[in-house]
Design a protein around this ligand. Structure first.
Ligand code: CA
Length: 234
């Protein structure tokens, strides 16, 4: 059963959503303020979050920002009609979609199905693995934690995204344009130097301190991830 966390301080609306979504076969948990939402998200891993933006304690924007630091769970924002700037900010913070109140329940249900499906497809590129590993290197796609031989590696968001893409395609040479497209998006098109820079950051955090060769340069193509003991290969 798929789980949905409903974050909404209007009790009547929250109760209505709970009834409708339960009827549709989802398992529901309610949170009535921002702090309760973060606590619920910590202890109850869910498949999707419906997040009202105007909340007591912590705003929906802040809740979204904090959840995005560690999770890629789909988030659909619920906004009042005239909250245009909040809406934009919410999408910038990584929300997947939004619904303007008042909304028809059928439309919300449709968007929930789309968001769940899209998320499943994204995660499904490598058979839906949550944890990617290469030798002692381990990357958790949900908690966004990376460890090498059990030791925590602190990566920035882009470093993480780049490493994740390389790990999803391990043993395959990927060209710089593809990395630019998949990790940075089209807006950066053209300048592949940024890829080289971030490859260097990753090597500084992984290859150098652990005396291994993980990220290989493939001349005329781009980069490839495969674990080799230092001194071998290339
Ligand atoms: Ca509200």
């Amino acid at each position: 059963m798929q789980k949905i966390l409903v974050v909404e301080d209007e009790k009547k609306l929250a109760r209505y959503l709970q009834l409708e979504l339960t009827h549709e076969g989802y398992e529901i948990r309610l949170a009535h303020d921002g702090r309760a939402a973060l606590a619920a998200h910590e202890e109850w891993p869910c498949d999707l979050i419906l997040l009202d933006l105007m909340l007591p304690e912590l705003s929906g924007i802040e809740v979204c920002r904090r959840i995005r630091q560690k999770s890629s769970v789909p988030i659909i924002m619920l906004t009042a009609k005239d909250d245009v700037s909040d809406k934009v900010m919410g999408l910038d913070m990584g929300a997947d979609d939004y619904m303007t109140k008042p909304f028809a329940i059928e439309e919300l249900l449709a968007r929930i199905r789309v968001a769940l499906k899209r998320h499943a497809e994204d995660g499904g590129r490598a058979g839906g693995e949550r944890t990617l590993t290469e030798g002692p290197l381990s990357l958790d796609r949900d908690s966004r934690e990376v460890t090498f031989g059990g030791e925590d590696i602190q990566l920035t968001k882009k470093e993480f995204d780049l490493l994740e893409y390389l790990m999803l395609n391990r043993n395959v040479a990927i060209n710089r344009n593809e990395l630019l497209d998949k990790v940075w998006g089209y807006s950066y098109a053209g300048d592949t130097n940024v890829v080289d820079v971030y490859i260097r950051y990753l090597r500084c955090k992984l290859d150098d301190p652990f005396h291994v060769k993980l990220i290989h340069t493939v001349r005329g193509v781009g980069y490839l991830l495969r674990l080799e003991e230092s001194g071998e290969g290339e």
